[in-house]
Design a protein around this ligand. Structure first.
Ligand code: SF4
Length: 86
């Protein structure tokens, strides 16, 4: 089941954050795990498999990620802070 009702943010530096519980949390690339979660690389627009967000014909924003995975959220729960002042 896909969750279409969560907050998603792309930070000023292009990192992906998704609301988990009450907090927006940095998402990390599961393919960067090498035995320690502290060494994991954040997921973000630096990755060639990270799609640019686009608005659907409905009221949602869609981001295509690696391995055919897609995340969605309502437009009013999406923030793209890139190209804005820190
Ligand atoms: S899009 Fe996929 S491969 Fe790229 S950083 Fe995010 S989780 Fe990793």
């Amino acid at each position: 089941m896909e969750d279409h009702d969560r907050d998603i943010q792309i930070t000023t530096s292009g990192y992906l954050k998704v609301k988990r519980g009450a907090q927006l949390k940095q998402q990390f690339c599961p393919f960067s795990y090498v035995g320690s979660s502290e060494a994991m690389i954040p997921c973000g627009d630096w990755c060639p498999l990270f799609g640019e967000p686009f608005c659907t014909s409905g009221n949602e924003v869609r981001i295509d990620l690696c391995h055919g995975h897609t995340i969605w959220c309502p437009k009013d729960k999406f923030q793209d802070l890139r190209n804005k002042e820190d």
